[in-house]
Design a protein around this ligand. Structure first.
Ligand SMILES: [Zn+2]
Length: 607
């Protein structure tokens, strides 16, 4: 048997890669993933990769193909090496906790999988994973105290169980990462102490004999709350310092976070992190022009391309050609830069370029000692033009006076610290808006659609079969509006924006919830936050019409209108002055429908 893998010694990035996208082998299928896999296995030869243990579920893999992958003890890693024998990456497999225990709509019985530590480790071993994470119960922001405690306790038990499986009963050569969850300094402190107490009770007190890493989860929902991310990482480091004799030995991984906060994770002593941002951005056609900035692919020019091998394929005239291919049918074949490509290959090129940009930043960071004065100066310069990052510096300056010094030297005034209100909300999982969230789902409005038309949701599902939606669209068609140029987005009281192509998803078809004057404020906030984020990402070069007669839905649109402050202009119809009663049935009236037709025709006449 080979030796137990060692944890990463330097700051390490694990890009998330989906390998099992259909029947084997590795490069046989996967759309955008197919080109990403090819780029990673043959060109980048990345030494570290995160693969989510249940990713194949998203590709509807059937039982027969599942068994084919793992026939005669063959692992996913064996398949990868078979594709390129000179390449053998370190594979980190997460636990699938999010899928298993949070979204309950997956049917895993056809793969003989259960939500138990044993079953998860078994699957991680089938993948040929080197690092394995313990089965964890993510804690959504705002979950009430009782459910939070239950979830934390289960995650702690599963972490201890993984240690027993790895070191006692299975004795397998993998390196275990124990998941850590908590949404505040205190919760993390409590969690880590309880975990270490139990490890000691079960006989895992000698770290050099039973090494493990810690992996912080539940971070994705707070990925934009930099101050909170910093607080949670700091809580973990502080607690280890308090309870462990050699805390620097324990590697710390952060699940699912990258982006602008990355250099601060390095400063705080995080050893590794993973992220799928590079591909999510590509799926929305966002092209990284630097680590902190991205542009829509349709708007980039040759000057935005860099020296990565993937930009080489789209340089010069090929850039226009690539943009054209994106507008073509899915499987039409083209020649680009001497190679045959299809549409999804262009998405792949964007993803791989984005990934290269992220890898460049890691290279840049590793030139510095994270504790050095030189690096702290680098951080302040990096944060300089971004108020959110400056707040992080301000927060760190309360524990590291060097930052005050440096800010003074740079003649920089650090912002006042805000008290986050993020955790004031309390929701219950019984009403579960996480089952569908467009802001976390790959999606982009196709270029030929010029107008986003927002309607409120209906009790009847799918929405397009409801009397109101049918009536509106029939009226538009009969009056000569080209509905192919319209992207209908329904505002759901449960999930926020639902674009027309998602109407038939199970989670959308099955919920039964309409906003009313009695709906708790946090649900209203959730819907309006998602609508705002949605419009910020997808409506930059579109017209937006909200055709909503009244009630909380209309109020949400007005609120978002105000918050966006002109960044996206939303035409709210019927107009306030023409509205007799503020109820949604108003949208069925002829006078208002006529105004809608006239407005749409006006906007679309040049397209
Ligand atoms: Zn590039």
């Amino acid at each position: 048997m080979s030796a137990r893998p060692k944890p990463p010694r330097e700051f390490t990035f694990f890009p998330v890669v989906n390998f099992i996208t259909g029947p084997p082998g590795v490069l046989r299928n996967g759309g955008i993933w197919k080109s990403i896999k090819r780029g990673i296995i043959h060109e980048l030869k990345l030494s570290t990769i995160m693969t989510q243990v249940l990713h194949f579920v998203d590709f509807n893999l059937n039982e027969k193909s599942f068994n084919e992958w793992f026939k005669d003890g063959k692992t996913l890693k064996d398949w990868i090496i078979q594709e390129n024998p000179t390449y053998s990456p370190i594979l980190f497999a997460d636990s699938g906790g999010f899928k298993l225990l949070y979204n309950r709509e997956y049917d895993l019985s056809k793969y003989q999988l259960k939500a138990t530590p044993e079953s998860v480790l078994d699957l991680q071993l089938k993948l040929g994973a080197d690092y394995v994470a313990s089965l964890d119960y993510p804690i959504p922001p705002g979950l009430n105290k009782k459910e939070t405690n239950e979830r934390m306790e289960k995650s702690i038990m599963n972490a201890v169980r993984l240690m027993e499986l790895v070191y006692d009963s299975h004795d397998v050569d993998v390196f275990p990462y124990l998941a850590v969850h908590g949404r505040s300094y205190e919760e993390i402190q409590y969690y880590v102490k309880r975990l270490f107490n139990l490890l000691e009770e079960t006989g895992f007190n000698e770290y050099s004999h039973y090494p493990f890493g810690l992996a912080i989860g539940s971070m994705v929902p707070i990925k934009n709350h930099y101050e909170l991310i910093v607080e949670i990482i700091k809580a973990l480091k502080d607690t280890l310092l308090e309870i462990h004799s050699d805390p620097e030995k324990i590697p710390i991984h952060v699940f699912g976070i990258s982006g602008r906060i990355t250099p601060f994770m390095y400063y705080l002593g995080v050893n590794s992190f993973d992220s799928n941002t590079y591909v999510k951005a590509a799926q929305n056609l966002q092209f990284f022009v630097s680590y902190t900035q991205k542009k829509k692919f349709y708007t980039i020019t040759n000057r935005d391309l860099d020296l990565c091998p993937f930009c080489d394929c789209i340089r010069g005239r090929n850039l226009q050609k690539a943009k054209k291919i994106l507008k073509s049918k899915s499987y039409s074949r083209y020649i680009l830069n001497g190679k045959e490509v299809i549409k999804s290959d262009i998405y792949g090129i964007i993803a791989l370029h984005n990934l290269s940009v992220q890898l460049n930043l890691i290279g840049e960071l590793k030139k510095y000692n994270p504790k050095s004065r030189e690096f702290k100066e680098w951080l302040v310069r990096y944060a300089n033009s971004d108020n959110k990052l400056l707040k992080v510096v301000a927060k760190l300056s309360t524990i590291d006076e060097d930052f005050i010094d440096i800010a003074t030297k740079f003649k920089l005034k650090l912002p006042k610290l805000s008290k986050g209100q993020f955790y004031a909300q309390r929701i219950s999982l019984k009403r579960d808006p996480t089952k569908f969230d467009i802001t976390k789902t790959p999606y982009s409005v196709s270029p030929e659609k010029r107008v986003i038309l927002i309607l409120s949701c209906t009790p009847k599902k799918p929405y397009s079969k409801s009397t109101t939606h049918k009536l509106i669209f029939r009226y538009l068609q009969e009056h000569g509006v080209d509905i192919k140029k319209i992207e209908k987005v329904t505002l759901s009281g449960m999930y926020g924006p639902v674009p027309q192509d998602f109407e038939k998803e199970t989670s959308i078809l099955e919920y039964d919830f309409v906003l009313s004057s009695r709906t708790p404020e946090e649900q209203i906030t959730l819907v309006s936050t998602r609508l705002k984020e949605f419009l910020e990402v997808h409506a930059k070069d579109k017209w937006v019409i909200a055709y909503i007669g009244g009630g909380p839905y209309r109020k949400i649109v007005q609120r978002v209108q105000k918050e966006l402050n002109g960044k996206v202009s939303i035409i709210l119809l019927p107009d306030e002055t023409q509205l007799k009663r503020r109820v949604n049935s108003e949208v069925r009236k002829k006078t208002h429908l006529k105004t809608l037709v006239a407005t749409l025709k006006g906007l679309l006449k040049n397209y």
